[in-house]
Design a protein around this ligand. Structure first.
Ligand code: GLN
Length: 206
């Protein structure tokens, strides 16, 4: 059966877990590199990207997550998770030093791009491939400012890109796990290879 990991260092990982389980997927919470074994997909949740990125480095997960993707594993980053997937991060508070990211997806992400006054809002979003709008929840959300050639834009809020795909990588500015609408998760599941890609036989660092 399909097994999907949810990075469980910080943030809204329980909500992703619940959503995936409601779709009949078995879920593994990922805190250490060994937790990636047997997975074919991984969700990186929303939360606080500087904190999550630092924890990711502390737990030695950055290399193994890149290896997991190189082996064919699909990754879905929501909000802070999208920031962690991106090649370039703009708008990180300078006092925290450089922003750790996996640099897997050819996108530039601007943090907290909807301004501090509008911390949070919900809107009906037109998403390419969906017949009816998706109730998208934005919470101190980033926008995807620039996309590379291999990146397909799936949704815009006004002029801003808020959902994009590159191969089996998916990034959303908003939080589909906080709604009852499972269609974005279902879309992600279609990117996931049926067989586990990352076996324990793959050498794990440390
Ligand atoms: N503002 C957060 C960040 O930049 C992301 C917010 C979220 O994940 N809801 O890390």
């Amino acid at each position: 059966a399909l097994k999907v990991g949810v990075l469980a260092l910080q943030g809204a990982f329980r909500e992703h877990r619940r959503m995936l389980e409601s779709l009949g997927v078995s879920v593994q919470e990922v805190r250490l590199p060994a937790d990636l074994a047997g997975l074919s997909g991984l969700v990186i949740p929303g939360g606080e990207s500087t904190t999550m990125g630092k924890l990711m480095l502390d737990y030695g997960l950055q290399g193994p997550i890149r290896d997991f993707h190189a082996a064919g594993g699909a990754i879905f980053g929501t909000c802070a998770g999208a920031i962690l997937l991106s090649r370039t991060v703009l708008g990180a508070p300078p006092q925290f030093g450089s922003q750790p990211s996996l640099e897997l997806m050819d996108i530039t992400v601007q943090r907290n791009a909807f301004g501090r006054q509008v911390d949070s809002f919900q809107t009906d979003l037109e998403v390419s491939g969906l017949n009816t709008p998706f109730p998208a929840m934005f919470i101190r959300a980033p926008v995807i400012g620039a996309v590379g050639e291999g990146v397909e834009v799936l949704a815009r809020q006004g002029k801003q890109v808020v959902l994009a795909r590159q191969g089996n990588l998916l990034a959303s500015s908003f939080h589909p796990e906080l709604t009852r609408d499972a269609r974005i998760h279902e879309l992600f599941l279609t990117f996931i290879p049926q067989a586990p890609v990352y076996q324990t036989s793959v050498a794990l660092p440390g």
